[in-house]
Design a protein around this ligand. Structure first.
Ligand code: WTA
Length: 669
């Protein structure tokens, strides 16, 4: 395997016309972005439409140091614009109305369609008028629970057009999780679809929404309108599907079909001019204390940052075909399937299915079908696909590819090499993009035409981003070393607050080290200045790129009447990156058996979602604790991997507990 010394250079033929085609040019631009942000971003904002122009005196303002007052970030304050106008009308006016905005590829290869910029604008305006007719106004939150279909994009941009704040929840979250998120943002309108096929699995989305809406009602909140895309009837079901006979139940007065509402809607909708700092959308992410955090992004800065990172990190050129496999329910789907590509007038592929259906070569056949030039996916998918015979890749023509992206978790060098050699044929650049829901866009990443690549390194900060590594006492580590990854100034796309909870925003991200935004990740800087993200330093787990907190899962496990205490740790997993290893202490006179394990698994799936399903649940009559009663997770992590080198245990109240837990490891662990 490549050592840290291995370096791979961008292919000079592929990247001779790259926006940034040498490392020196990256360094120059980077310096300008840091020393003179007004000039750097000033050139970029000119390419967008502002109804009220940007005032140079209020270009950007911030405070990252709580000792000096409340934390805040503002970009282009006082200017007004509309994001949907910039993504759609601007491109249509520039003569790109007939350009394809999206190729849609269904779960079944027989299902596909396309949407031009002009048609997308028309649909967005129509749906914006539908939302208006339901009483949705500027600032109102709209809950969205959608599969990977074009209506999802229409729904988001329609909100944007009228200044409503979309709150999309990944359609793999359970009814309970969705209800909690609707309640938190008190959305009165919900948009969903009847259902969807993912591979051979059927997801009844509307019935999940029904349960969520019931739960909201029990908590005193009524969703007044539920708009449902009729989707199942227009797609091919997998051959193994049992004919669905029961119709989607629709509640009179509350539920209506999208298609019915769109029929009479006008296709003209004047955009609502929004302040640059007005909210654009919110997106929930896991918090280490359990309750999800409603990360809030605003209008002007997010638009500019999504557009700029997309252009440079993927080196997107007007005739390229870009494909991001992320679900629209995650930030990657927001920034790099919707906002970033459309802001650049790009043509993208949107894919409804899975990499394994109908065969394990689906990704490669889609790349060939649409002649994809930039492909953006997650390490977990790469690891799952590299298990199969390379022949599955090689029998497709992937020669159009130029840039391969990775996101969501650290990419291990084995997966990086396979991606580089087998998928990229040793000529594509790999961009290992580090970022977060909170950062809005890429913050550490190579640039494909400029950065020599090291397998597994997110490399260098993007323009405008100043990264630092801090030691435990908050001192900056210069040169080589490892520490907390932090940023000492805002870039345009950083989140502005947590919805309705500015205190938590300050406490979570700015309290530990005054003056810095704290990512919660650790990183190492090597002797060439490359940054390597090493993973979370807090109690967060990253399962297949889905972030969740240990306490969130623990509190679900302890809801079960037979569980008195639970502790969850991450265990390395060959495909998912990490998986959940749970220790549970049973209440007296109950027994640890398959029935209990099934109930616990079901509980986690119901409360959080199928992706949070534990891999191992171990019976733990006692948990290793310090004398002050704090669970020593460090030791539990060792037990999870059966590593007896547990280090210093002098603070442990009872050392026998550890031996007992090693002896009790379940056979499947
Ligand atoms: C992790 C996803 C290493 C990291 C865009 C971060 C990564 C969390 C990378 C955010 C990467 C994401 N290398 N780690 N290239 N990309 N992460 O909010 O731990 O779903 O804090 O945003 O994923 O996850 P989120």
């Amino acid at each position: 395997m490549p050592s840290e010394k291995s370096v791979y250079y961008p292919n000079s033929n592929l990247f001779k016309n790259a926006y940034v085609n040498s490392f020196e040019q990256y360094v120059d631009l980077y310096k300008q972005s840091i020393d003179n942000p007004e000039e750097f971003w000033g050139e970029i904002v000119k390419q967008f439409y502002w109804e009220t122009p940007i005032n140079i005196d209020k270009f950007f303002m911030y405070n990252f140091d709580f000792r000096k007052g409340p934390i805040f970030t503002k970009w282009f304050d006082g200017a007004t614009t509309n994001v949907s106008y910039n993504l759609l009308d601007r491109n249509v006016r520039n003569g790109n109305g007939d350009k394809i905005a999206f190729y849609w590829e269904g779960n079944h290869p027989d299902d596909y369609s396309r949407l031009t910029y002009k048609k997308l604008l028309e649909e967005v305006c129509k749906f914006a008028n539908v939302l208006k007719s339901k009483g949705v106004k500027k600032g109102d939150r709209v809950a969205v629970y959608m599969p990977m279909i074009l209506e999802s994009i229409v729904a988001l941009l329609a909100c944007t057009r009228i200044g409503a704040v979309h709150s999309l929840v990944f359609a793999g979250f359970s009814a309970d999780s969705f209800a909690e998120r609707i309640l938190d943002c008190s959305a009165r309108v919900l948009i969903t679809a009847d259902g969807v096929w993912r591979g051979e699995k059927h997801l009844a989305l509307k019935s999940i929404c029904d349960q969520s809406m019931e739960k909201c009602a029990r908590n005193g909140h009524n969703v007044e309108h539920c708009i449902v895309v009729s989707h199942l009837g227009r797609v091919t079901s997998p051959p193994t599907a049992i004919q669905q006979t029961n119709k989607t139940p629709m509640k009179n007065g509350r539920d209506e079909w999208w298609q019915d509402l769109m029929e009479d809607a006008s296709s003209l909708c004047y955009p609502e001019w929004m302040q640059a700092e007005d909210p654009l959308f919110m997106l929930y992410t896991s918090g280490s204390t359990g309750k999800p955090k409603g990360v809030l992004h605003t209008t002007g800065g997010y638009m500019i940052y999504a557009a700029t990172t997309f252009k440079y990190v993927f080196d997107y050129k007007p005739n390229d075909i870009y494909w991001c496999t992320a679900d629209v329910g995650w930030i990657t789907g927001h920034t790099y399937m919707v906002y970033g590509p459309l802001a650049n007038g790009a043509t993208s592929v949107m894919f409804e299915g899975t990499p394994f259906y109908p065969e394990n070569d689906r990704f490669w056949s889609v790349i060939q079908k649409y002649k994809v030039t930039q492909f953006y996916t997650a390490p977990t998918a790469i690891r799952a696909l590299m298990k199969f015979d390379n022949e599955l890749v090689k029998r497709h023509n992937l020669s159009t590819l130029r840039v391969l992206g990775s996101v969501g978790e650290p990419i291990n060098p084995e997966a990086w090499m396979w991606y580089y050699k087998v998928v990229g044929n040793e000529k594509c650049s790999i961009v290992d993009t580090f970022w977060q829901t909170e950062t809005g866009g890429h913050v550490l990443t190579p640039l494909p035409g400029a950065s020599p690549m090291k397998p597994g390194a997110a490399s260098f900060p993007f323009f405008g981003v100043q990264a630092a590594l801090l030691d435990e006492s908050g001192r900056e580590i210069e040169g080589e070393g490892e520490g907390y990854l932090v940023f000492n100034r805002p870039w345009p796309g950083i989140m502005r607050t947590l919805y309705n909870d500015h205190d938590r925003y300050e406490n979570t991200y700015f309290n530990k080290f005054p003056g810095y935004y704290c990512t919660g990740d650790g990183a190492r800087r090597d002797s060439n200045g490359y940054l390597w993200v090493t993973g979370r330093v807090d109690d967060m787990l990253n399962v297949s790129g889905h972030l969740m907190s240990t306490s969130e899962v623990e509190s679900v496990l302890t809801e079960h009447p037979n569980i008195s205490e639970a502790a969850v740790v991450a265990k390395p997993h060959p495909i998912k990156g990490e998986c959940l290893y749970c220790f549970v202490t049973l209440t007296q006179n109950t027994s640890y058996n398959d029935k209990l394990l099934n109930e616990l698994t079901k509980l986690v799936r119901e409360r959080i979602g199928p992706f949070a399903q534990p891999d191992v649940i171990q019976n733990a009559p006692q948990l290793p604790k310090t004398r002050s009663g704090k669970i020593m997770r460090r030791i539990l992590r060792k037990i999870a991997v059966n590593d007896r080198d547990i280090g210093d245990v002098s603070t442990l109240a009872d050392t026998n507990v550890v031996e007992e837990l090693f002896a009790n490891r379940p056979v499947n662990a």
